[in-house]
Design a protein around this ligand. Sequence first.
Ligand code: XMP
Length: 523
Amino acid sequence: MFLDKFSVQKDKILIIDFGSQVTKLIARRIRELSVYCEVITLKELTNIKKFEKIKGIIFSGGPSSVTDKSYPKISSEIFKKNIPILGICYGLQLIAKMYGGKIKKQNIKREFGKVTIFSKTKSILTKGFFKRNESNVWMSHQDAVVKLPKHFINISYSVNSKFTAIQHKTKNIYGIQFHPEVTHTERGSKLIKNFVINICKIKKNWFVGLEKKRIIKNLKNSIGKEKVICALSGGVDSSVVAMLINKAIKKNLICIMVDTGLLRKNEFKDTFKMFKKKYKLNVKLINSKKIFYNRLNNIIDPEKKRKIIGNLFIKIFEKEALKIKNVKFLAQGTLYPDIIESRSSTGSKTSKIKSHHNVGGLPKKMKFKLIEPLKEFFKDEVRNLGKSLGLSNIIIKKHPFPGPGLAIRILGKVTEEKIKILQEADDIFIQSLIENKLYDKIWQAYAALLPIKTVGVMGDSRTFEYTCLLRAVTSEDGMTAAKYNFSNDFLTYISNKIINRVSGINRVVYDITSKPPSTIELE
Ligand code: XMP
């Protein structure tokens, strides 16, 4: 049954996912209030038999239109349960339609991006949300409510939309056209808090430190005296998984570290030392550098690189895992966003931009039972878990790093020589960020090697060497990103430092594009 999907038996806010790109941000905002919530599909909703623990329901936005012949619908039974409901964007339009309002496709009055809305009627939902009766919000809609549904009142409007927030006269049913979950909406968190805490009246019940105890207890019970293996990369997720399971079953957890030769300078060695010596974990080290380098020889196509690395990794991991006798479980660092994204939500068709390689997911044919202790958590919650497990800040605060590693940051052919050059440049960049207290302000930073050599002059000699590209972005979840604004002085300093110290590079450029249109990685 759905409520048993996780072992969390708590009061909760349910978010029904109608396919918006930002649905998971609604869940994040609610978790930030220390309130437990889950994102489910319409189909999962129909399987729920008991509603006692559900204290509030949010209908997310989505790409569908209630003006079309066919669109995702919800049973009107949901309105009879006396549970507060908030509809966002498509969610608002669905509620309005079901209550007899009129929704129309707008060709000229569409609203995308920042829009100012104005307060019309005081509401518990928007208490403290408006400043001088105005608020700047983030909108993304073509359909709009043009006639208020029966029994509803209008809370706010914009220049182009008559109804940007509405509420039922007597029931706790609300709808908003804008997205309060997106940071571009001013005081959006305040509105979500009003709904969750003041309208749904749910008690704070989600504290990662306490959840840690529950997870460790569950792990102990479900693993017993059996052996577990996990792939340890030194990234936050796999590190927290290893620490949690180690707390539960000690030496019966065997961590396998595969050295692909594609990590940052010293990263593999340092991670191995840390987990083996400092945290006393049972770590098995596999040196596979040469195999990876051989297989990548002459490969230029980014997708090919990704596939080769992903498949090879799994093969090596599988082979090593099978050498260890009597292993029953395989642990993976699957996170809650992975669970949300892997389900088919109504009508959301996101196109594949890059094939992501993660340790997770692939070794299904291995005859192990899966353990996914992080599957209820968001990344920031995993970091907090790591902190409460005593994990070093080096790991907790580490910027994200792609599974295929430096191979996708060396454009074109990957060679051992280029890896060494890039490792040096990247290390200088990252260490300088740390020294200048910039590292924690940036979501992700790295150096890449471009496949172009240019002419330079060093001393009195002509040089003909590689170009190093630096990228540093701010982001919330990697879905969108903006360049970090370094001072000119810092950029000059870092460029000089790299060129002076790394032989093989004679030009440094800084990537100023945002995502979209660019992606964070180059390949
Ligand atoms: P893009 O380049 O798609 O990256 O804007 C978004 C985030 O995902 C990371 N990334 C990966 N992470 N395996 C991973 O675990 C991968 O194959 C992979 N490719 C990209 C990227 O570093 C950024 O944080």
